[in-house]
Design a binder for this molecule. Structure first.
Ligand code: IMP
Ligand code: MG
Length: 181
């Protein structure tokens, strides 16, 4: 069975992603000129975006990884962030660049930014591959965005449905039959 068979349509192609990532890397190189940021990959969804983005950047950097999940506004534990894997680098006095796959309600990054800011970094910026602004529940504006998309559930290029489809090289919309089966 081929993964691609469950994809209704390609929303953003491999080539489109590559072009946008290159442009963004150049912008980030300018922003961090003369500095050595800690670039943080938010697992697992941003793994491909992160790997491509940092390879296009010429800025000296440290990299680190974090795995988090957040409870939405309607949950009892509103505003709570569960840290499944924390940073190993000390970010005190450092410029931090968070690399995220997609901003939906905004809860994850809102809480994560608060947590990282409590560790006294010099700065915290967010770069996201995708943004669904229509879905926002909390004020959260990423400094850099690759693509703003409509309110549709997407998979591929790191993003999953039930932990699958992350290895698709493009961003796609799943067939309804996948959700309904
Ligand atoms: P937020 O806290 O609602 O902004 O959650 C963002 C997280 O939800 C992302 O990091 C993804 O893991 C997940 N997510 C939101 N929308 C999608 C989607 O369309 N496809 C796959 N994952 C998504
Ligand atoms: Mg994620």
């Amino acid at each position: 069975m081929d993964l691609n068979e469950n994809v209704e349509r390609v929303m953003i192609s491999r080539e489109q992603i590559e072009e946008r990532v290159k442009a963004l890397a150049a912008q980030l190189d300018k922003l961090y000129e003369g500095r050595t940021p800690v670039v943080v990959c938010i697992l697992k969804g941003s793994v491909m975006f992160f790997a491509d983005l940092i390879r296009e950047m010429k800025t000296p950097m440290q990299i680190d990884f974090m795995a988090v999940s957040s409870y939405g506004k309607n949950s009892i534990s509103s505003g709570k962030l569960q840290v499944k894997k924390d940073l190993t680098v000390n970010i005190c006095g450092k410029d931090v660049l968070i690399v995220e796959d997609i901003i939906d309600s905004g809860n994850t990054l809102y809480n994560l930014k608060k947590l990282l800011n409590s560790r006294f970094p010099s700065s915290v910026n967010i770069v996201t591959l995708l943004d669904k602004p229509e879905r926002r529940e909390v004020p959260m504006e990423p400094e850099y965005t690759c693509f703003v998309i409509e309110d549709e559930f997407v998979v591929g290029y790191g993003m999953d449905y039930a932990e699958e489809y992350r290895n698709l090289p493009y961003i796609g919309v799943l067939k309804r039959s996948v959700y309904e089966k």
